[in-house]
Design a protein around this ligand. Structure first.
Ligand SMILES: *Cc1c(COP(=O)(O)O)cnc(C)c1O
Length: 224
């Protein structure tokens, strides 16, 4: 465990150094870039090592998995934040609203309706990001760019706090045009948060203005 702890700490430090290099003047100009640990499949023992190494923001992909892991982790570490970054079924809106500090994967009207209803019921405002399927891949979540404007307006009309946009570019493509598109769309709507960039491309995403990078394997190692 001694070695494991040192390893995760080193990896977080390494990623943070690479973020700082990619950010350059932006960090000095006071635009902080948040590192999110993509902690899907990671057990609590590993996550708690990362928390103790100073990483305080996490993203989970599945409601059930998050519900199993995070209540106990939050009890031990009340200052951590956990956000939903995976596909979300409307029937899980209740659990998601209760569990997460923000939901990044909002991509359709039916989900907006379900979330708005639950937030009202629970008296809890959970901010959201709209996920945009910049590559228009059929198997991937996210609203297609042509429909994003209407969806953002709908979410706002339902009283949701839309803080920004999120995307996952196609795995085999140059991500740069996808990051550029997301930045342009966020700017058009005056949305501050840009969640883009993963282990393989977070430096590139930062060059295109990412405010949140979601990093899994570069911190926790390859998922098995
Ligand atoms: C798993 C995951 C990541 C992190 O992926 P890595 O390549 O391991 O860094 C980021 N975002 C989402 C939505 C993910 O599901």
């Amino acid at each position: 465990m001694e070695r494991l702890e040192g390893m995760i700490r080193d990896k977080i430090q390494h990623v943070n150094e690479n973020i700082a290099v990619a950010a350059g003047q932006r960090l000095l100009a006071g635009f902080p870039i948040k590192l999110m640990g993509a902690s899907k499949t990671q057990p609590p023992i590993i996550i708690s090592e990362a928390i103790q190494a100073g990483l305080l923001l996490y993203g989970e992909n599945r409601v059930e998995e998050a519900a199993d892991k995070w209540p106990a982790l939050r009890a031990s570490f009340p200052h951590v934040r956990v956000e939903m970054i995976g596909p979300l079924q409307s029937k899980k809106a209740k659990e998601a609203v209760a569990l997460f500090d923000r939901i990044q994967s909002v991509d359709r009207l039916s989900l907006i309706e379900a979330l708005a209803k639950e937030m009202q019921k629970q008296g809890r405002q959970v901010p959201i990001l709209i996920q945009v399927n910049t590559g228009e891949e059929p198997q991937k979540g996210g609203v297609i760019p042509a429909d994003a404007h209407a969806l953002i307006k709908s979410a706002q009309a339902y009283g949701l706090t839309v803080e920004g946009l999120m995307c996952i570019p196609p795995a085999d493509a140059n991500p740069a045009p996808h990051f550029a598109l997301l930045r342009q769309m966020a700017a058009e709507h005056g949305l501050p948060e840009l969640s883009m960039g993963m282990s393989g491309d977070f430096e590139e995403a930062i060059k295109f203005g990412a405010t949140i990078v979601r990093v899994g394997s570069a911190i926790f190692g390859e998922r098995t």
